[in-house]
Design a protein around this ligand. Structure first.
Ligand SMILES: Cc1cc2nc3c(=O)[nH]c(=O)nc-3n(C[C@H](O)[C@H](O)[C@H](O)COP(=O)(O)OP(=O)(O)OC[C@H]3O[C@@H](n4cnc5c(N)ncnc54)[C@H](O)[C@@H]3O)c2cc1C
Length: 399
């Protein structure tokens, strides 16, 4: 058994686990991160950092390098496939609310890479890869975690607390036995990345665009090296059919006809909308995708998970210094409320609006968006919500 009561164990070296680790280290609390994979994920996943997430990362010394390697996007757009621009939202209106009045487009692996670097520089931090957390037991003194090497060999770790940041299929969540209610979205999401420069081909296009269409909506997102096109896809098709290069080319041509597209990366994934019934189980806490899942429309999954990590570690540091453990209940009350009432509600609304086929309802929605951006007060309120600042401000009302 690797015994060190005086540390926090974290299952999972994704953005949430690693931000939690850096945050605890900043507060003088030693951490051990256990990661199932041999190395950190470098595939294309979340690519948007919202303003308050950048504020948090800046406090942890993780923002500067990320900002240098990303694209600052002060605007995002809602467009219609036929009509073009409907509304352009201006994050510059947030200048007095945040140090980062823009969305940063940067791949999430750039954050995990920077966080890993910080762990390597700290004597009080350990990152152990190639080891999967299986289960845990807890007593009044601490938590004992059983983890397994790929060879099947078990290893035991003892710590004061355990954070389950081990993603959608969280073993920690399963070991708590907590329910994870919600639904699986009917459509598959197909994400295609291309070096094609949509910004040079479509006049007035913002770097982040949601494009509605009664037949097939899509999202255009710029990353530092590629543009990503996200399509909803018929779930009755096999993975081979969804990823078929001929069909992919047809879909890309339907966005903008021209030369054949080079596809640098393609992935099709099922999306869930779920929130765990509880996040706190004695000395064991859930955060990020382990605690909640939602569709990527609005880019709130990873951002909400990072906000969990910051909230959780602030409270855990107080408990570490002698406050009663009941304080952690406030972490759950605050962050579950955001997951249900802000992230899930907004992501579902975004999806419903893009999926709308009724011409009158579509027109009414477009008119509402136009009216919102033309009224400074409504515009500000909208970007406060969509940038997730409002959800953090509202937390002070949650006891
Ligand atoms: C293909 C794909 C595309 C996505 N695209 C978008 C997008 O466009 N926009 C968006 O906002 N979000 C997107 N997401 C979601 C986003 O990536 C997640 O919200 C974010 O990664 C959550 O971070 P996390 O740290 O909670 O979990 P993860 O990033 O999943 O990290 C969990 C870590 O835990 C490790 N792990 C798992 N089980 C164990 C175990 N038993 N023991 C130890 N370690 C374990 C995993 O290997 C992983 O490193 C996408 C996700 C995927 C999979």
């Amino acid at each position: 058994m690797t015994e060190s009561k005086a540390r926090v164990l974290i299952a999972g070296a994704g953005p949430v686990g690693l931000v939690a680790a850096v945050s605890l280290l900043e507060k003088g609390i030693p951490v051990t991160v256990l990661e199932a994979s041999a190395d950190l994920a470098v595939d294309l996943r979340a690519s948007t950092f919202h303003p308050p997430t950048l504020d948090f990362l800046s406090d942890l010394g993780l923002a500067d390098g990320l900002i240098e390697r990303g694209i600052k996007c002060p605007h995002w757009q809602f467009r219609d496939r036929q009509e073009g621009e409907i509304a352009t939202f201006d994050l510059g209106l947030l200048a007095s609310e945040t140090d980062h009045p823009y969305r940063l487009q940067a791949e999430q692996w750039k954050l995990t890479e920077a966080a890993r670097q910080r762990l390597e520089d700290e004597p009080d931090a350990e990152l152990i890869t190639d080891i999967s957390v299986d289960e845990y037991a807890q007593d009044s003194d601490g938590v004992t975690v059983t983890a397994r090497r790929k060879t099947g060999e078990a290893e035991m770790f003892r710590a004061a607390y355990l954070i389950g940041a081990d993603g959608a299929r969280s073993a920690v969540r399963k070991a708590t036995g907590v329910a994870f209610p919600g639904l699986t979205i009917p459509e598959i999401f197909l994400s295609l990345s291309t070096p094609f420069r949509y910004d040079r081909a479509i006049a007035g296009l913002a770097d982040i665009c949601y494009i509605s269409d009664p037949e097939e909506w899509f999202v255009l997102l710029r990353t530092p090296t590629l543009w990503r096109v996200l399509f909803p896809t018929d779930p009755s098709l096999s993975d081979e059919a969804v990823l078929d290069p001929v069909r992919i080319e047809e879909r890309m041509q339907s966005v903008l006809p021209g030369e054949p597209y080079e596809i640098a990366h393609k992935t099709a994934y099922r999306v869930h909308e779920r929130v765990a019934d509880s996040y706190v189980h004695g000395r064991v806490f859930l955060a990020g995708d382990a605690a909640h899942l939602n569709n990527p429309l609005g880019g709130m999954g990873m951002n909400g998970g990072i906000h969990d990590a910051v909230n959780l570690t602030e409270k855990l540091a107080q408990v570490w210094r002698g406050e009663p453990i009941e304080l952690m209940g406030r972490y759950e009350r605050q962050r579950r409320k955001v997951a249900l009432e802000t992230v899930q509600a907004q992501a579902l609304r975004n999806r419903a609006l893009l999926n709308e086929t009724d011409p009158e309802k579509r027109r009414a929605h477009h008119d509402k968006l136009r009216a919102t951006v033309s009224d400074p007060k409504q515009h500000l309120a909208y970007v406060m919500r969509s940038s997730m600042i409002q959800s953090l401000r509202d937390l002070k009302d949650v006891a």
